[in-house]
Design a protein around this ligand. Structure first.
Ligand code: UDP
Ligand code: MG
Length: 320
């Protein structure tokens, strides 16, 4: 148990009983081929199925298996954060439980790490077998995010990545609640590189990221890294008053130099609807920020662990 762990694999799972056995098998195969010590750190994010039970049982006879069992569903980003808190390896790898991220790629990541890179992220070249809507919405997600934030977040790149211990230690200093982990990794810096891969279909089960959660993640990403949406009100306001002023000059001109009268109702109505709509949208954007400020001021812990299996007593208490 006291052997130093070289690699920590973080696997968040939410109702993944259909795939988790195969994931375990594939990871086991890849990691034992490295000939190094490793731990498989499963985070059960409040699954309602047997996912946690299956992993707990593996833990009885496989000492590389560790399990953090959340008290409820806290969300994917929080689950991988907990993984980083508990991981003890020199390099930490985050991977999805559904085998959409091929475990074999970890070997390439490790190579890059040995060349001296501190973050190796996996960029999706092609996505196989996902619905057109998912592909389109994911692509829009990364591009909106890129356009609206000030830091350089790589496009088409999920959380599948390797991070050096130095990076993980810095990540653990970031306390924010509404987390967008891949943005935070870009934010901490260090030497980063990418490798390309083809993203496969989910082995079984269905996506745990419906549109609603994608939107939440996108908003977390934007609000965590940019004030641009807030500035929008200022720019739009300035532009609109400019146009309004020109229009006023035109109206004055008509009134003073001609006998034409302006027809009022439709244009007034149109302008009112546009402006009121715009004001409400801006209030909504403001609300997104204020809500997040409120979340941070409450200072609640990011997650609650019901049980942690497979950890020596000290580490289990010191983390989280
Ligand atoms: N996941 C999680 N908590 C959640 C939602 C998802 O831990 O609330 C895990 C899930 O089990 C999987 C990973 O996050 O290992 C990615 O989720 P999913 O494959 O459903 O997302 P997609 O690949 O469709 O974007
Ligand atoms: Mg998936």
């Amino acid at each position: 148990m006291s052997r130093k762990v070289k690699f920590s694999i973080i696997i968040p799972m939410y109702n993944e009983e259909a795939v988790i056995q195969e994931t375990y098998r594939r990871l086991k195969k890849v990691m034992s081929s490295t000939g190094q010590t490793y731990e498989l750190l499963f985070i059960n994010d409040g699954s309602k199925d047997r996912s946690a039970k299956i992993i707990e049982e593996y833990g009885y006879w496989d000492e590389t298996v560790k399990l953090i069992d959340f008290s409820r569903n806290f969300g994917h980003q929080i689950a991988i954060t907990a993984g980083m808190d508990y991981a003890s390896g020199d390099a930490v790898i985050i991977i999805d439980a559904d085998l959409q991220d091929p475990p074999e790629l970890i070997l390439q990541m490790i190579e890059k790490w040995q060349e001296g890179f501190e973050v190796v992220y996996a960029t999706r070249g092609k996505r196989n077998g996902e619905s057109r809507f998912k592909i389109w919405s994911a692509s829009a997600f990364y591009r909106i995010l890129r356009a609206s934030t000030d830091i350089d977040i790589p496009v088409d790149t999920g959380d599948f990545r390797l991070m050096d211990r130095k990076v993980v230690d810095q990540m653990k200093r970031l306390p924010e609640n509404n987390r967008f982990v891949r943005g935070l990794v870009s934010w901490v810096g260090f030497r980063q590189t990418s490798i390309m891969y083809e993203r496969d279909e989910r082995l079984a089960g269905e996506t745990k990221y419906p549109l609603r959660r994608m939107i939440k993640l996108c908003l977390d990403g934007i609000t965590s890294f940019s004030y641009k949406p807030l500035k929008l009100a200022g720019y739009m306001g300035a532009a609109l008053s400019g146009i309004g002023f020109l229009f006023l000059l035109y109206v004055l001109y008509l009134a003073i130099f001609t006998h034409a009268t302006m027809k009022g109702w439709p244009s007034l109505m149109g302008i009112m609807l546009i402006f009121n709509g715009f004001i409400l949208v801006m209030l909504g954007i403001l609300g997104e920020y204020v809500g997040r400020i409120y979340d941070e001021t409450k200072g609640r812990p990011l997650y609650i662990v019901r049980d942690a299996y497979g950890f020596a007593a000290e580490t289990a208490n010191s983390a989280g």
